[in-house]
Design a protein around this ligand. Structure first.
Ligand code: B4P
Length: 191
């Protein structure tokens, strides 16, 4: 199996590049952000709890997102691999993911980290906020809180994958197609 973690701060382009990756490689896309937003839209109990945290730019509790990923892995027993988009975001999520994949007799193949300056992240998210109506993209202070959460809780987990020689930084500024070509250049020799 080929299991990719697409990593980077909010607005780095994880969701955007995942769309291109799933149409070019036969991988199942697991985006915790998308799953949470569908729970919010369905007004489920989980969605109502998650919305409050997402609207502040805070992370949703580990046990909630780990449970979501576990059930998606179980629902795709024939997958040839997964793209993990926006997960793991904490050390506890990274440890849980290792355990879930070990149970399936597989492991993470690589982490690709999209590198984008803070100024560009803020501009991209505020622009999306104008078009999409996503409430967490409309207020600069909420965006800054999401970036702060990323720096404090998420960014350190790259060391876990770097220690296993699985960490690959990729320049995330430029055209969407150029960035996709940079990602493919890392994946193609391995997949
Ligand atoms: P996510 O849905 O994961 O969203 P994101 O980090 O904001 O976006 P992403 O990096 O995917 O950006 P995109 O490609 O869309 O998380 C949202 C919230 O959910 C979190 O704050 C948290 O509350 C919760 N959550 C999710 N997962 C969690 C977890 N594991 N644990 C706890 N909580 C969790 O791109 C952004 C914009 O940039 C788009 O408008 C796009 O068009 C534009 N763009 C992309 N590439 C570009 C390029 N090359 N040039 C110019 N613009 C570009």
């Amino acid at each position: 199996m080929f299991n990719l973690i697409l990593f980077g701060p909010p607005g780095a382009g994880k969701g955007t590049q995942s769309e291109l990756l799933i149409s070019n490689y036969s991988l199942v896309h697991l985006s915790t952000g998308d799953i949470l937003r569908s729970e919010v839209a369905a007004k489920s109990e989980l969605g109502i709890r998650a919305k409050e945290l997402m609207d502040r730019g805070d992370l949703v509790p580990d046990e909630v997102v780990i449970g979501m990923i576990k059930s998606k892995l179980e629902a795709n027993p024939d997958a040839s691999g997964f793209i993990f988009d926006g997960f793991p975001r904490t050390a506890a999520q990274a440890e849980a993911l290792d355990g879930l994949l070990t149970d399936l007799q597989t492991s993470i193949t690589m982490m690709i980290a999209l590198e984008v300056s803070e100024e560009e992240l803020i501009n991209r998210l505020l622009n999306r906020g104008k078009e999409s109506g996503r409430s967490d993209d409309q207020d600069k202070s909420i965006i800054l809180n999401r970036i702060e959460e990323y720096r404090l809780k998420t960014e350190p987990i790259k060391d876990h994958y770097a220690a296993q020689n699985k960490f690959h930084p990729v320049e995330g500024i430029g055209s969407i197609d150029d960035i996709f070509d940079r990602i493919s250049a890392v994946i193609d020799p391995v997949i």
